[in-house]
Design a protein around this ligand. Structure first.
Ligand code: NAD
Ligand code: THR
Length: 372
């Protein structure tokens, strides 16, 4: 099993049969390989890996909270030039210089087609979206990007036989879903355009998989916490901002109630899960959409953990009714046992490690704080 540590470095790797000669990694599945096929036949039928055996990856929406970290991890794995970052935003110069970047608007199918063809793309990781809070603030745009854009992506992935990853979210559940240890399969009646669009993405991807064999893969992420990128307008954003404010000012005003429990994950776990899932043999996947999680906490519990390192830290509450209503309809914890069973998902970061890591990355000397 491939494992990484904070920062994305490979820690331990098992297995060694990647045909491109990459350092020992999980065997790359050919989606049409079967035990009766010769490796040559399997390779011939695999359109999800490039001629050289190494995927050529396109990341859409790559300048958001998660895209840059994902690109960095995948570039370490597959080579800088095999991972193309794209967005409609202008990249800062350090991003532009760090590897291939192209403009790709998911609402423009012609533009997308050119990118896929010109860069000989074999895997697409589709990260463009409007998140929960900004989606409610601009429903028509969220509907266009998250639903019309998705249709463009699916059609292209089917036409060019791409392996397609689309992240879903805890926001794909609603108040009528079980809220404790929410299972993979249950009632999904979200009441945000974000949630509705993600249920649509899950179902459409599974339908394309069923209809034409599209190698669609989807993980329902919890709230993802990272230090080096800004959150994009979600309901779980408080769990990032709290660290910045704790380090800068020692206090934080939270827009959710103290007792609001939500599933969360540190970004390194999230990105490693994505890579491991993309590399998992198709035969090991009993489903195409999996829950993954690491921890669940409330703002109050997070503040208490931060206060162990920043003793003067003070949290206050000024609840935003729109975000609170969204959070109250989401799971408090997820059941991700199927991901753990099928393809070996295992998180590294629980709440104490998350807090220590975030504070260290943001420049707070937690050892000194603890000593004090
Ligand atoms: N961050 C989280 O906590 C979290 C949790 C669950 C799921 N996800 C999912 O992961 C994905 C990435 O999340 P994120 O936090 O990086 O989002 P983000 O909002 O930070 O970034 C989204 C990116 O999409 C781009 N985009 C918008 N319209 C576009 C268009 N027409 N064409 C191309 N790109 C466009 C934006 O410019 C932005 O850079 C999303 O699909 C999101 O639903 C994120
Ligand atoms: C949970 C996730 O999908 C995103 N961070 C949001 O809050 O909208």
């Amino acid at each position: 099993m491939l494992r990484t540590v904070a920062g994305g470095a490979v820690r331990t790797l098992a297995g060694s049969s990647w045909p491109s000669g990459l350092p020992s990694v999980l065997p790359v599945p050919s989606r049409s390989a079967s035990p009766s096929q010769s490796p040559a036949e399997a390779h011939f039928h695999s359109a999800s890996s490039s001629e050289a055996g190494c995927p050529r990856v396109l990341i859409t929406g790559g300048l958001g909270q998660l895209g840059l970290g994902l690109a960095s991890l995948l570039r370490k794995r597959y080579g800088k030039d095999n991972v193309i970052l794209s967005d409609i935003k202008k990249p800062p110069s350090h991003v532009f210089c760090s590897g291939p970047f192209v403009y790709a608007n998911i609402l423009d199918p012609q533009n997308l087609r050119e990118v896929v063809v010109n860069h000989r793309i074999t895997w697409m990781l589709h990260y463009s979206a409007l998140l929960s809070a900004v989606g409610e603030a601009n429903m028509p745009l969220a509907r266009a990007v998250n639903i019309t854009g998705l249709h463009n992506i699916l059609d292209l992935a089917e036409e060019y036989n791409l392996r397609l990853f689309i992240p879903s979210t805890i926001g794909a559940f609603g108040s009528t879903s079980p809220r404790n240890r929410t299972p993979d399969l249950c009632v999904q009646r979200p009441r945000t355009i974000y949630g509705v669009s993600k249920v649509h993405a899950e179902l459409m991807g599974e339908y394309y998989n069923y209809r034409s064999g599209l190698d669609f893969r989807c993980l329902r992420y919890p709230g993802v916490i990272s230090a080096d990128s800004q959150p994009g307008g979600g309901t779980t954003d408080y769990a990032i901002q709290i660290f910045h404010d704790a380090v800068k000012t020692g206090k934080f005003e939270c827009n959710l109630r103290a007792s609001t429990r939500l599933p969360m994950m540190y970004v390194d776990d999230c990105l490693r899960a994505t890579l491991e899932f993309m590399e998992a043999p198709a035969e090991s996947l009993s489903m195409r959409t999996y829950n993954i999680t690491a921890m669940s906490f409330t703002p109050e519990e997070l503040a208490q953990e931060i206060a162990k390192h920043v003793p003067e830290f003070h949290i206050s509450y000024h609840v935003d009714p729109a975000r609170q209503a969204i959070a109250d309809s989401w799971p408090m914890s997820l059941d991700d046992s199927m991901a753990r069973k099928d393809w070996g998902w295992k998180h590294d970061f629980d709440l104490p490690e998350l807090v220590t890591t975030m504070l260290n990355l943001l420049g707070c000397d937690t050892r000194v704080a603890q000593a004090n």
